[in-house]
Design a protein. Structure first.
Length: 521
């Protein structure tokens, strides 16, 4: 258990550094635009270059994360992005393309970490403890984002140049790498299906890595399985709408407020936004987690509705923050705080949903494809789109009004997010039940062939294939308040927890023993 909490602590620290690194750039964006002499659209592309590489390499690391050591993937990723961030701070003004290239390379390193970290938590905890640890993990997003703005500004002031802002996070990134060397990676799905052997859990069809053709076939099966789960598809689309708006607001809000209040020092505006991002994000993650835990036992599809309602409340807050920016900065800052708070309610809940509707052997791939979708249609494109719209309006309006009109696109996109999360409520129970059946049956590989009409379950023992027919007995199981898996035979009546059919492990063990006896003969 000590190893589990050590892993979570290190993952939280790395996630904190991750988001500090992302938003340090936003905190000194005006200085960067002046240094490289770039306009708003190109300034938006700076974030896009990072996100594009991040999303392109996410599926690759998701595939690797389902088949190879996640510990070493994380070690590589953190080391790589820390190095690239540090090197980017030495780029000269006439080498703008090099700065963009380094930001893109940072995205590769962060992709390797982001795809596998939540799956490690899923393999360390179950039930309520998993939800709690995910909430702790995602606290690092708003805190890291806010600290990124603050650190960027403070380092720039302290050393007299914005480049020093990029030399802070790499130090802590390398320190976290050394800490991760001493942890032990958990087996995939072991905590959810203790009766499966570690070798069976971790092998996960090793033959798929022996040729490019087999890799493509295996990945195709993964995608076919994931696209058969409506909850996963709808929550991914809903989360994409949130990422679009959060990405645009996070990138442009400090610049927007500086344009709205030119008499206010830009350092003060950056610090205010950083504090709002920290406090609002923390409050949002805590509200989302608490509502999810409280209402999940009362309403079957509570998690979907927590996400939908949080996004719905953020829409008028976003509109008010734009409308009052130059008339009443206080109202605008308050509205930004509320918008950040309610947009953050879904961070840990969305990942929690993914983890209980996707089997362990497909979670890294699922996480990576969710990252790919949410970024390619979300925060990879939104900073550039908002910047381009702002530039299009700039011939007729000043910088403040052109950017404000562009930012009104964000609440419109959030309307679609509410619809997607609301629709997912129709499917979430069915998909959760299906996932539990697959885990309890130990038939993860059969999940990639969900259209199969087989009447039995194929098992492998001592290189023998055995089919268990549907005459097997069943048990009922549930997770109690202490997150222990409890089982009762079907002939016992119990009102505790949710009834779930599972293959009788005793029968399977007897079958294994029968095979062994025949081998001895």
């Amino acid at each position: 258990m000590l190893n589990a909490y050590l892993i979570v602590t290190l993952l939280v620290v790395i996630n904190l550094i991750n988001y500090m690194d992302r938003f340090t750039i936003a905190g000194v964006l005006n200085d960067i635009q002046t240094y490289f002499d770039i306009n708003d659209a190109t300034g938006g592309l700076l974030q896009t270059s990072f996100i594009v590489s991040y999303m392109i390499f996410s599926p690759l690391f998701g595939y690797l994360g389902d088949r190879y050591s996640r510990k070493y993937i994380i070690l590589f990723g953190v080391s790589f992005w820390s190095t690239m961030t540090f090197l980017s701070s030495f780029v000269q003004p006439h080498h703008t393309y090099l700065f963009f290239m380094f930001r893109a390379l940072v995205g590769i390193g962060e992709a390797s970490y982001a795809t596998v970290a939540p799956t490690l938590i899923a393999d360390l905890f179950i039930g309520g403890k998993r939800s709690t640890m995910l909430a702790v993990f995602y606290f690092a997003i708003p805190v890291g984002s806010g600290l990124g703005y603050i650190v960027g500004i403070l380092m720039s002031q302290m050393f007299g140049h914005w480049t020093w802002a990029l030399r802070f996070t790499p130090i802590f990134g390398i320190i976290s790498v050394f800490g991760f060397l001493f942890v032990t990676e958990p087996a995939r799905g072991a905590i959810e299906q203790a009766n499966l052997r570690r070798s069976e859990l971790d092998s996960n069809n090793d033959n798929t890595t022996r040729s490019f053709r087999l890799i493509i076939e295996s990945l195709t099966k993964d995608v076919r399985y994931l696209t058969s789960i409506p909850t996963y598809l709808l929550t991914t689309l809903g989360f994409t709408c949130v990422c679009f708006s959060v990405g645009a607001v996070s990138w442009w809000a400090p610049t927007f407020m500086q344009n709205a209040n030119p008499d206010t020092a830009k350092e003060k505006i950056g610090l205010i936004f950083g504090v709002i991002a920290c406090l609002g994000g923390l409050s949002g993650v805590l509200i989302g987690y608490s509502c999810s835990r409280y209402f999940r036992s009362k309403f079957p599809a509570a998690d979907s509705w927590v996400c939908a309602i949080g996004v719905a409340i953020s829409i008028p807050c976003t509109v008010l923050s734009i409308a009052f920016a130059n008339q009443s900065p206080t109202i605008s800052w308050l509205a930004i705080f509320l918008a950040v708070t309610f947009l953050s309610t879904n961070w840990s809940v969305v990942v929690d949903i993914l983890l209980y509707v996707i089997i362990p052997q497909r979670r890294s791939t699922a996480q990576s494809l969710q990252i790919l979708t949410s970024h390619i249609l979300g925060d990879a494109s939104s900073p550039f789109i908002i910047g381009a719209i702002s530039d299009a309006f700039s011939s007729d309006f000043d910088k403040f009004h052109s950017l404000s009109y562009a930012l009104y696109l964000t609440p419109l996109v959030l309307v679609f997010g509410v619809l997607f999360f609301g629709l997912s409520a129709r499917f979430i129970l069915k998909d959760e039940h299906r996932c539990k059946q697959m885990i309890s049956n130990g038939s993860a590989e059969s999940s990639t062939n969900s259209d199969s009409n087989s009447d039995g379950i194929d098992l492998v023992h001592n290189n023998k294939h055995t089919t268990i027919s549907n005459t097997t007995t069943t048990t009922n199981s549930f997770v109690d308040d202490n997150d222990n898996i409890m089982k009762f035979p079907n002939n016992q009546q119990t009102d505790i927890g949710t009834r779930q059919n599972q293959v009788d492990i005793g029968f399977i063990n007897n079958l294994y023993q029968y095979n062994n006896d025949n081998d001895d003969e």
